[in-house]
Design a binder for this molecule. Structure first.
Ligand code: IMP
Length: 196
């Protein structure tokens, strides 16, 4: 069985990707599984750039097929911030209760469509042949009026999905993992891998 490495140190992401990729004829390994501790500097200008940078760097190191992702929250009223800077927004060590309250406060005089936002995820797949494919997954929503829910992580407590009438932090984790930006992008990558 061939290996696919998913370039992350995040075990929650690994659970999600193993679930989505379980019917592929590949062994899915994390960086931890192969004993790599390195990180790649994400200095691209888009989610796609950063995902490609990571996938390519770890493919060069391992010689295996490597998947990597980059994701974040785009708030239209804030000119799509925090976007690719989602993790670093207001400082890497600032708590998400502060980041989330900051966004809510910034939008306090807005309503309806002015509160539109989306989670975006780009997943890149780098092959040892140097071929690279990249796919984007998006989930649309609005910024909630207050912090709601305790599941998930990051910006989940302020990301309200109208069709589910709740934030992604109030959603069952299994449901979020099915409809998430990451799941959508990974599913597209999986379709490509299944054809090979
Ligand atoms: P990365 O793709 O691991 O670099 O994540 C970037 C950042 O985007 C995370 O640290 C979160 O702040 C945010 N983010 C990405 N996906 C999600 C999500 O599903 N829920 C909440 N926040 C997210």
């Amino acid at each position: 069985m061939k290996n696919i490495i998913f370039a992350t140190h995040n075990e929650d992401k690994m659970k999600e990707i193993r679930e989505i990729m379980k019917d592929l004829q590949y062994r899915i390994l994390s960086l931890k599984d192969i004993g790599l501790k390195q990180d790649v500097i994400e200095n691209g200008e888009s989610f796609e750039d950063n995902a490609i940078l990571k996938a390519k760097a770890f493919m060069d190191i391992t010689g295996e097929i490597v998947l990597a992702d980059d994701s974040g929250l785009e708030v239209d009223f804030l000119d799509k911030a925090p976007g690719i800077y989602s993790a670093r927004f207001l400082g890497e060590d600032t708590s998400y209760s502060i980041k989330n309250q900051y966004i809510i406060d910034k939008l306090k005089h807005t309503k309806g469509d002015d509160r539109s936002a989306r989670f975006v995820c780009a997943v890149a797949c780098a092959f040892p042949s140097n071929e690279i494919i990249v796919k984007r997954g998006v989930i649309e929503g609005v910024i909630a009026n207050e912090i709601m829910g305790s599941n998930g992580f990051g910006y989940d407590p302020i990301f309200y999905v109208p069709s589910f009438k709740c934030t992604t932090a109030q959603m069952d984790i299994e449901i979020k993992n099915k409809i998430s930006h990451r799941a959508l992008a990974l599913t597209e990558i999986k379709k490509v891998l299944l054809k090979r």
